[in-house]
Design a protein around this ligand. Structure first.
Ligand code: ATP
Length: 278
């Protein structure tokens, strides 16, 4: 059974990874993740162990200060991007993690090329940076809502791959997660926002407009997955209908990536015995 095994992320990866060039048919991909972490208690135990380890590894990453980890979260409204940030990175020391949400570009941002605001938010060496939405909005909402000419959008897939390769070559490991939610589960989550007074603030009538464009978004996501899953920065499609499972899967993969990065505390050039504190 998956869960608190020594390296569960290896098996998880087989289920969620989009191989470079692979056609991603979202309707055929599970939004529940039946096979992954079948037991909720086990998933929660695994998550608790992983977030502790992520925090520890982040400390080493910061001490080493030569590389960074960038986690990209994409998903339709209510897919759980905020919940993932809270559930997976909420226990990390606040000095080591930056979270950047990308909304509608400001006038300053819109005056630059679309990657300008993105590059500016890439985590510096030693940090974990989480993008809540990202440069991928520029081939998703921008494509579906026709905010840019199709020829410009067409060029972006290659530009994004080059940009991500450049970052990877410069010491930034990139993990990209698409939170894959069913239309039914989105309905439930939107209804909850209308029915629960303390969740009313989360309701945005604009989300209903995007819901009407569900199949256009699905197509745009599929193209993004097929064209931008690369050796250096592959996409992972995460079943997102169950929040506890989503967090356990993502934490396990993040921990695995940090373990493979294997950050080390630097060895000082001096000996502690060289000093005496009066
Ligand atoms: P979320 O739905 O991510 O929790 P939110 O509802 O609080 O966030 P904001 O973070 O203010 O809203 O903005 C998200 C909105 O910004 C989304 O509708 C998204 O499609 C839109 N957006 C993001 N990037 C772009 C872009 N490059 N061009 C146009 N719209 C964009």
């Amino acid at each position: 059974m998956l869960g608190v095994m020594s390296k569960p992320w290896k098996k998880l990866d087989e289920a969620v990874l989009i191989a470079p060039g692979e056609k991603a048919i979202l309707k055929k991909r599970d939004t529940v993740g039946e096979e992954l972490f079948p037991d909720r208690d086990e998933a929660e135990a695994s998550l608790a162990a992983d977030v502790k380890e992520i925090d520890k590894l982040q400390d080493q990453l910061w001490a080493e200060r030569t590389r960074a980890l960038l986690v990209v979260l994409q998903g339709i409204d209510t897919s759980g991007k905020d919940g993932t940030v809270r559930g997976v990175f909420g226990c990390c020391g606040p000095l080591g993690v930056t979270v950047t949400p990308f909304g509608v570009p400001s006038s300053e941002e819109a005056a630059h090329d679309y990657l300008w605001r993105i590059h500016n938010a890439v985590p510096k060496r030693g940090m974990i940076g989480v993008f809540n939405r990202s440069h991928y909005e520029d081939v998703l909402v921008v494509k579906v809502r026709k905010f840019a000419p199709p020829e410009a959008i067409e060029q972006r897939y290659g530009q994004i791959n080059d940009f991500e390769e450049y970052l990877t070559d410069n010491g930034v490991t990139i993990l990209k997660f698409m939170l894959h939610l069913s239309k039914d589960e989105q309905r439930k989550r939107l209804e909850d926002r209308l029915e629960q007074p303390k969740h009313n603030w989360k309701f945005n009538p604009g989300d209903l407009e995007d819901r009407k464009l569900w199949s256009d978004y699905e197509k745009a996501y599929e193209t993004m997955l097929e064209r931008c899953s690369t050796e250096h920065a592959p996409w992972r499609v995460i079943p997102a209908d169950k929040k506890w499972k989503r967090n356990a899967i993502i934490a396990s993969i993040v921990r695995g990536a940090l373990e493979r990065m294997d950050p080390k505390y630097p060895k000082p050039s001096w000996k502690p015995s060289d000093f005496k504190i009066e």
